[in-house]
Design a protein around this ligand. Structure first.
Ligand code: PQ2
Ligand code: NAD
Length: 194
């Protein structure tokens, strides 16, 4: 069976330069999920034309710029990663190849073979964020799992995280003492019900 070799990371997209190429339905979906999780994400969207809904969304987010033009390789300058979602498969493939040549991370929406990374389902509860991927096999399952975790993770988890952060600061002793104490007081979180 194919192994799951993906390595998740949590990106500070407000201090990165993100490019989306394609301002249609798929571009809107990718931009919406990005901004839902990271409203201050720094994003340029390049496209020949834009859906009205995407324009409205961009207007509500000061760090999103729409640039009306056809894609060319110079658009990849000064980017940290690029998401390609035009309706032209040749253009998407060109974006993939241009990005590879520049060692730039690339995601071609809905095309696992052309992705260096996947966008996942995302659950946010205050300081806690859970990213979900099915190794590119079933986005529908990622969505359902996202909805499940949104239900079961308590809203007050962020209070707990903040309190633990404060408590840690009151602890004396060396690093190992602190680790031991933090582990002791959180033991109950994972103890199995008899
Ligand atoms: C998580 C999420 C985030 C996001 O979109 O940002 C996301 N897809 C979402 C929803 C969704 N997308 C599609 C459907 C209809 C399902 C269907 O048709 O079977 C649904 C479900 C629905 O809408 O109900 C269409 C689709 N998507 C991909 C393919 C190709 C394929 O599967 O081979 C096809 C078929 C296209 C076709 O048939 O041509 C591929 C990818 N979609 C991914 C992410 C990456 C893998 C994530 C992972 O590892 O699990 C990956 C590989 C690339 C990427 O785009 O990054 C978001 C849920 C967010 C949420 O709800 O929280
Ligand atoms: N809509 C969906 O839910 C869906 C689902 C699965 C797969 N797909 C596939 O994903 C692709 C995109 O779908 P969509 O619905 O977003 O299409 P769309 O027609 O809504 O949007 C495509 C966008 O790409 C832009 N574009 C085209 N050529 C360009 C270029 N050379 N440079 C810059 N921008 C360019 C267009 O101006 C348009 O804004 C299609 O190949 C489609 O078959 C779509």
């Amino acid at each position: 069976m194919e192994r799951n070799e993906l390595y998740p990371m949590f990106l500070k997209v407000n201090q990165l330069d993100v490019l989306i190429v394609g301002g249609g339905n798929v571009g809107l979906e990718k931009l919406s999920f990005l901004l839902k999780s990271s409203p201050n994400a720094n994003v340029d969207v390049i496209s020949i034309d834009f859906l009205d809904e995407l324009k409205t969304l961009a207007n509500q987010h000061p760090h999103v710029n729409l640039i009306q033009k056809a894609y060319d390789i110079s658009d990849l300058e000064q980017r940290h990663f690029v998401i390609g979602c035009t309706d032209n498969l040749d253009v998407n493939l060109q974006i993939n190849q241009d990005a590879k040549a520049k060692h730039l991370l690339v995601n071609i929406a809905d095309t696992p073979d052309q992705c260096d990374f996947y966008l996942g389902g995302i659950v946010t509860k205050g300081h806690v964020k859970i990213a979900i991927s099915t190794n590119g096999k079933s986005p529908t399952t990622a969505k359902r799992l996202r909805q499940l975790f949104e239900e079961v993770i308590p809203e007050n988890i962020t209070e707990l995280v903040s309190n633990l952060n404060l408590y840690r600061k009151t602890l004396k002793g060396d690093f190992q003492n602190k680790v031991d104490e933090m582990n002791k007081i959180t033991e109950g979180f994972v103890s199995k019900k008899k």
